[in-house]
Design a protein around this ligand. Structure first.
Ligand SMILES: Cc1cc2nc3c(=O)[nH]c(=O)nc-3n(C[C@H](O)[C@H](O)[C@H](O)COP(=O)(O)OP(=O)(O)OC[C@H]3O[C@@H](n4cnc5c(N)ncnc54)[C@H](O)[C@@H]3O)c2cc1C
Length: 343
């Protein structure tokens, strides 16, 4: 029987960051993942420091970012692959009112990343004004999860199959699962985690997201462009345009409505022709209060959850993985605000 410190269920952003966090701390693990389409291989992969119409700092951006940089940079070095890039973000400010709202934040403490508003002179950008923002990042999520998967497979620490909770034999000091014994188990199953007796009644409100990859005829940029959508440059010169936020849906497939909505957003941003290269969709594990879900099960002290990454998995997952590891090692309890069973 193979013995490990941790069994991780799911290899999206959550499971991958959890595994890297354990590996960095010399703890052993086995991942079980069924290889189905997931949010993590579909995501735009952006860390956006300031969001919304009033340009408010992303929740805990300053706390989470150093953990994200450290984990992704460490992993790039470890597996000799490149997937994490710093990117400036150009905010399109179509009217004087929006430019003013942005301008209010420029120079404020904590908002040093915002450069002053300028009159737009780019012929293809549809905006009266623009504001350049530093502190943005792009994780090529497909490359990150795929190359990590290859690494875990080659080191025999990932099993490709569906995990069945009914086959877990709970023991005082851990869990037996088929030919495996793990002292701890961490559930990182994304939005499909709703039928887990260790973590019942999770406050999920999953949102479907669609995204298109486009090749623009003339527009080129190394910068992310944002209005009410995000146009993000890829390494091959094409762009990802995302995303939709759909609360009512019946499947996780791309559809015409999603494509039309994304094209509308794109046309409001850039005056150029383009070709659609790809159109994809997936379901985000979003929660009612948009905060993540971490912590220990009430049924077994060695069972944990790392979920609820919602729309900001890239920024949050590394910090939260560290929290779960420290919880398992007995050194911390999670903040009430991110506890999976918060009231
Ligand atoms: C269109 C779109 C755009 C997005 N853009 C961004 C963005 O720009 N920035 C950002 O930070 N976030 C973005 N997100 C959100 C981000 O994708 C999520 O926060 C993140 O991917 C969630 O990761 P996860 O590991 O929790 O879940 P998932 O990626 O869903 O992974 C869960 C994994 O668990 C596996 N699994 C579940 N149950 C079992 C089982 N019983 N047995 C075996 N395996 C199992 C699944 O197959 C899957 O591989 C976007 C999402 C979408 C859909």
């Amino acid at each position: 029987m193979k013995k490990v410190d941790f069994l991780i269920i799911g290899q999206g952003l959550a499971g991958t960051c959890m595994a890297i966090e354990l590996l960095r701390n010399n703890l052993s693990f086995q991942i079980i993942d069924n290889g189905k389409k997931n949010a993590s291989t579909t995501a735009n992969g952006i860390i956006n420091p300031v969001t919304g119409q009033r340009f408010v700092k992303s929740w805990n951006y300053d706390l989470f970012l150093p953990f994200a940089k450290a984990l992704y940079n460490y992993w790039e070095e470890h597996i000799k692959s490149k997937f994490f890039f710093e990117r400036t973000i150009l905010k399109l400010l179509p009217t004087a009112l929006e430019a003013n709202l942005y301008d209010v934040k420029v120079g404020m403490e904590g908002y040093e990343i915002l450069l002053p508003v300028t009159k737009n002179e780019h012929p293809l950008l549809k905006a009266e004004y623009t504001g350049m923002m530093k502190g943005g990042f792009y994780l090529n999520c497909k490359e990150f999860t795929h190359s990590s998967r290859e690494y875990f497979l080659s080191s025999d620490s990932l099993t490709e199959k569906t995990f069945d909770i009914d086959d877990v034999i709970v023991q005082e000091n851990g869990f037996a699962y088929e030919d495996l014994f793990a002292e701890h188990i961490v559930f990182c199953q994304g939005y499909t985690a709703d039928e887990n007796p260790f973590f019942p009644h999770l406050p999920f409100v999953p949102t479907k997201g669609q995204i298109i990859q486009v090749k623009m005829d003339n527009f080129t940029s190394d910068t992310i462009t944002q209005k009410n959508g995000i146009l993000s440059p890829l390494e091959d010169g094409s762009f990802l345009m995302g995303a939709t936020y759909e609360w009512a849906f019946t499947d996780d497939e791309p559809n015409e409505e999603g494509k039309t909505a994304l094209l509308e957003k794109l046309k409001q941003m850039i005056d150029d022709d383009f070709t659609i290269l790809q159109h994809t969709a997936a379901i985000r594990p979003t929660t009612k209060d948009r905060k993540p879900l971490i912590g220990r099960s009430e049924r077994h002290p060695n069972a944990y959850i790392l979920n609820g990454l919602g729309t900001k998995g890239v920024l949050m997952a590394p910090y939260l993985a560290q929290q779960v590891r420290q919880m398992a090692q007995g050194s911390i309890v999670p903040d009430d605000i991110i506890k999976w069973n918060r009231s």
